[in-house]
Design a protein around this ligand. Structure first.
Ligand code: AP5
Length: 217
């Protein structure tokens, strides 16, 4: 399957993507995680991305599209993928369509995670991420690690993302409404959007997503 996951910052895209990718045996491709990996390796791309991410703005399309394309062309993504955080504006969605058309493939669904703003703000405020692998995500209240400050999966140090400060989160939400939400209409016109509520326990949301995608649980 080829799926795009969309939703406001903190809706639980990364959390759900990890589970869905495992259930569906497809790679989870997160442009945010790819940028964070570049930041921790201190690459030129990482240095460029950090300045935009820390301000809550989108990294320029040119570099983002090239990075996403490169990842989607890896052998493990041949049979399908779950895109998390890409595309994030209409020009990225158009670039993705062009790429898929060149390859003679299509998307199966765009899964839209809905959550009220007050909840996403709470989720972001309590989020803690592993320094070794930013796909290992915890929450101080909702899913605390067994030992405070330590990743249950790999023992890495847990930290609060630089872009999770209150001021940056406000900008990220605004960017989501103005630049990312329009892709939902773009994909509705293609008949691809399935919307699910992202409230409630993580497993319940995963169940809802699988049902919406018409997959066995
Ligand atoms: P990115 O990393 O994609 O961040 P985001 O879209 O803002 O989403 P988040 O990672 O904040 O939240 P999430 O929805 O994944 O929630 P999570 O599962 O962690 O992008 C970061 C930045 O990179 C962007 O601002 C931009 O600068 C740049 N970027 C990335 N892609 C780009 C692109 N395509 N173009 C340009 N720039 C790009 O969950 C949040 C918390 O809630 C966690 O603590 C989790 O444990 C908890 N939680 C999850 N589900 C539940 C639940 N059901 N109940 C209770 N708690 C829950």
């Amino acid at each position: 399957m080829r799926i795009v996951l969309v939703g406001p910052p903190g809706a639980g895209k990364g959390t759900q993507a990890t589970r869905l990718a495992e259930k569906l045996s497809i790679p989870h491709i997160s442009t945010g995680d790819l940028f964070r990996a570049n930041i921790s390796r201190q690459t030129d791309l990482g240095k460029l991305a950090k300045s935009y991410m820390d301000a809550g703005n989108l990294v320029p399309d040119e570099v983002t599209i090239a990075m996403a394309k490169d990842r989607m062309e890896q052998p493990d993504a041949e049979a399908g993928f779950l895109l998390d955080g890409f595309p994030r504006n209409v020009s990225q969605a158009e670039a993705l369509d062009e790429l898929l058309e060149t390859e003679g493939i299509t998307l199966d669904a765009v899964l839209d995670l809905e959550a009220p703003e007050a909840e996403v703000v709470k989720r972001i405020a309590g989020r803690r991420v592993c320094r070794k692998d930013s796909s290992h995500v915890f929450h101080v209240t909702y899913s605390p690690p067994a030992k405070e400050g330590v990743c249950d999966v790999c023992g890495g140090e847990l930290y609060q993302r630089d872009d999770d400060s209150e001021e940056t989160v406000r900008t990220r939400l605004e960017v989501y409404h103005t630049q990312t939400e329009p892709i939902i209409d773009y994909y509705k016109a293609q008949g691809l959007v399935v919307t699910i509520g992202a409230m409630g326990p993580v497993d319940e949301v995963t169940g809802r997503a699988l049902e919406a995608l018409k997959q066995d649980q």
